[in-house]
Design a binder for this molecule. Structure first.
Ligand code: FES
Length: 282
């Protein structure tokens, strides 16, 4: 039966792992691609990245960061044996599979989920991959999986302080990420950098990377609705041209991305998302 939840577990604070029967996705998905999940009738469509998959057995695994109404409903209401309404994909373009040399692949909080399939594949084709996960300590995930798959995995974790909200966490995240990236680039040679995470954090990392002139590939996370290039929700400006992250991305040359526009557009629906969550929690 398509889209049956074969297994589900909470990996860490607000991080839920699902193993889902989705043979058509498992058969074709490549690192860097994503799926659109619609879990409930009349529900929101959310983009998620297959972390692992088995082409023979026909399953994929997904990890959600529980932070909005839909991901919270999925965490609270779905259990193994239940069915997900729809899993569309694979969508988007695969990440470039090249021998770059020494690669630094950075995931901010749950962004590390998208880093995993790309970093593992880059390592497999002969790159020397260092992965860096910057995250609050209670949300550190996939540590063992990375340690088994790449040359070196670094976790830059930090404790959450009483009274911290999203702003304080974001500030600490950016501070830690930029300091660690600067330390690594100052002391070692890298041929390519990859980032996945919130746009503000990616921009801050890009500002450090460009000082060293290293090529950088950024996987972007604008709002997505249809993921077919029709609705325009995921519009980004890259190299002065309008692109749609769902069909032209999600990965782009970080040097060409209009980061300020992306940050502005990403925050556009935040008040409505908060409202939907408040209604659900009532
Ligand atoms: Fe609608 Fe990309 S999500 S155009």
């Amino acid at each position: 039966m398509p889209y049956k939840i074969l297994d589900k577990k909470e990996l860490a604070m607000n991080e839920v792992w699902y193993k889902i029967h989705a043979p058509h996705v498992a058969k074709k998905v490549q690192p860097g691609q994503f799926v659109i999940v619609r879990a409930f009738p009349n529900g929101e469509r959310i983009p998620l990245t297959p972390v692992t998959w088995d082409r023979e057995e026909g399953w994929i695994t997904l990890i959600t960061f529980v932070r909005g109404k839909t991901t919270m409903r999925m965490a609270n209401e779905l259990k193994p044996g239940d069915e997900i309404l729809n899993v569309a994909g694979p969508l988007g373009n695969p990440a470039p599979m090249e021998k770059f040399g020494r690669v630094l692949a950075i995931g901010l909080i749950t962004g590390i989920v998208e880093v995993f399939p790309i970093a593992r594949a880059w390592q497999e084709i002969g790159n020397e991959v260092t992965t860096l996960h910057v995250s609050p300590n209670p949300m550190v995930i996939l540590r063992e999986e990375f340690e088994q798959s790449v040359s070196r995995h670094i976790v830059e974790g930090f404790d959450l302080q009483p009274g911290w909200g999203m702003n304080e966490i974001a500030q600490e995240l950016v501070k830690r990420a930029t300091a660690k990236v600067r330390e690594l680039l100052e002391n070692e040679h890298f041929d390519m950098v990859l980032t996945v995470g919130p746009a503000g954090g990616q921009k801050a990392i890009f500002n450090v990377v460009k000082e060293y002139g290293i090529p950088m590939h950024a996987d972007l996370h604008p709002i997505m609705v249809d993921a077919t290039g029709m609705c325009g929700a995921c519009r980004v400006t890259v190299g002065g041209e309008v692109k749609f992250a769902c069909i032209d991305g999600p990965g782009f040359d970080a040097y060409k991305v209009d980061w300020d526009e992306l940050i502005h557009r990403t925050g556009f629906y935040a008040p409505l998302e908060r409202l939907a969550l408040e209604h659900y929690l009532k």
